[in-house]
Design a protein around this ligand. Sequence first.
Ligand code: MRU
Length: 358
Amino acid sequence: MNALGLETVNISEDRTKLVILDQTLLPNEIKYLELDDRESIYEAIKKLRVRGAPAIGVAAAYGIYVLMRKFSGDDKSAFVEYFRREKDYLISSRPTAVNLSWALRRMERVLEDNLSVMNLPGLVERLGIEADAIRNEDIALSRSIGEHGFSLLHHGDGILTHCNAGTLATAKYGTALAPVYIALEHGWNDLHIFCDETRPLLQGARLSAFEMQTAGVDTTLICDNMASITMKRGKINIVFVGADRVAANGDFANKIGTSGVAILAKYYDIPFYCLAPSSTIDMSIRSGDEIPIEERAAEEVTEMWYSRRMAPEGVKVSNPAFDVTDHSLVTGIITEKGIAYPPFDKAFERMGLSSDIL
Ligand code: MRU
């Protein structure tokens, strides 16, 4: 079994249901869920059954498509109103990853552009075509990110990654782990991947370590607080992480703990790269200060995964799901369009990125 062969997010064969691999059960159980109602789609995104910024975007696009298929009646303005209500509802499930609103805004544009020239069944079909395009493009973009990232690797490198920005976080290949898949295609069998376990939801242990091990890569799992000694021991040559939202100045939000890894990498003089599709770059915000940070339930810290509670009853808990890494700590940002180096705002402009779509 190779996790690269698992489909993270897709549409059912009869096109009536969003199909997701339930990532909360990994690595112990491989189970697919078929969803076609607003509450279960919202819940799947909120509870991280489908997670990772690009995968959330694809899930939202297919999610709204299956919801719009169920619209009955022939009133176009009621159709648009229904679309906007469902769009806002799905966006509210997770605030940090910009791909969620990006994908739904893209679907909305398609609806607006075709409203006067298509009937309702035609519009629904057109939305389905757009969702397919978002998924297919995500596969192509991830591959291309992988190729750019691969150009930075050397035989025998040790790569540190945080959280999961692999195939499970996208339609295929991933972002931060895509260069490793490309390296494998080139017959490289001498890379070493170090996965931060990523407290509190353990995406590094449950997902990245699972992905890399099943792909046949030499994989070592470390607790988050072991990154420093692992770097000091000379095991890490490069850091690859994903992003949930990148600001115009290169600050970026990613899973909680990423900014600490970036600070360590700077201290140990290890190159630190963020890998993300251009849809994750939000040119409408100037810096990371404007990125909303999702706060999650205290139980994820005090109880989840433990056989019994591991904190005193009533203790205050802070559980921000993401942090913002300052652009000054980032060596480069790898997108499907190439590698951006500081100053990032100028590099993004040269790549033709704008705030147009959001
Ligand atoms: O809370 P999660 O698991 O959705 O967080 C995921 C991350 O932080 C990823 O690194 C990010 O979404 C990039 S995925 C290519």
